[in-house]
Design a protein around this ligand. Structure first.
Ligand SMILES: Nc1ncnc2c1ncn2[C@@H]1O[C@H](COP(=O)(O)OP(=O)(O)OP(=O)(O)O)[C@@H](O)[C@H]1O
Ligand SMILES: [Mg+2]
Length: 217
């Protein structure tokens, strides 16, 4: 078999960045949860933490299992680290980001197949969305929105959905609700699917991962 023939049988690595210009929107929470959901669906997953606060890295250290692998990298090193992950035959790379300044943000957004922009149904999050959208559009990248940490029975959720719709990117049909389980999971190096596998939070995460897979198909 030729080397080309071999590479034909290798699964292409999917690359997804959780990205927003707003601190606390849910990037790290969703990134680590997506990573565990991806692994549960049979993928070989690496999380690449480009945030100097290293929240995803801290989550990885707190874990009692060796996977998903968490790599820490500067945004300027992302392309190299993604190449290394491909060499290691990873099939999904999840990039967690900080609210980066423009050059690093553009670099990250350009390097992935899909950008996921989490947005809380709050005025501050909504105001910060246009900055992220401008960066994604300037880079010519594909992006989707996820409504994150939504309070129950809050009219702001539908209002936020309507405003996001105006930007023209797909919006995840599943809303990630505000649940203590998410914070508890991340603080203890786990994902909600791992300690409350049949819970509502776990169900939301699985639905989100399935939908993200459809978006990348
Ligand atoms: N769905 C949720 N339900 C409850 N709490 C949540 C949810 N999502 C995030 N949080 C909490 O909100 C805070 C911010 O979340 P997270 O760290 O994921 O955001 P971030 O966008 O990564 O922030 P930063 O920009 O600082 O990296 C954390 O305390 C987290 O536990
Ligand atoms: Mg974070």
């Amino acid at each position: 078999m030729t080397p080309q023939g071999i590479s034909h049988y290798m699964q292409r690595m999917q690359t997804i960045a959780f990205f927003s210009q707003k601190g606390g929107s849910g990037k790290t929470t969703l990134a680590v949860h997506a990573a565990v959901a991806a692994e549960e669906s049979g993928k070989r997953v690496v999380i690449i933490d480009t945030d100097s606060q290293k929240s995803a890295t801290t989550w990885g250290v707190a874990r009692t299992t060796a996977t998903p692998v968490v790599a820490t990298a500067a945004a300027t090193d992302l392309v190299r680290v993604l190449d290394a992950a491909r060499e290691e035959q990873m099939t999904v790379a999840i990039v967690d980001t900080a609210p980066h300044a423009a050059p690093d943000a553009a670099r990250i957004v350009r390097s992935v197949d899909l950008v996921v922009i989490p947005c809380r149904p709050s005025a501050f999050d909504i105001a910060a969305v246009s900055g992220a959208v401008d960066i994604v559009k300037a880079a010519g990248s594909r992006a989707v929105f996820v409504l994150s940490a939504c309070p129950t029975r809050s009219p702001e959720v539908a209002e936020t959905r309507e405003i996001l719709f105006g930007y023209g990117f797909p919006i995840a049909p599943v809303e990630i609700m505000e649940r203590r389980a998410f914070a508890r999971a991340v603080a203890t190096g786990r994902a909600v699917t791992e300690f409350e596998s049949n819970g509502k939070a776990a169900n939301e995460i699985r639905m989100l991962w399935e939908w993200l897979q459809e978006q990348m198909a």
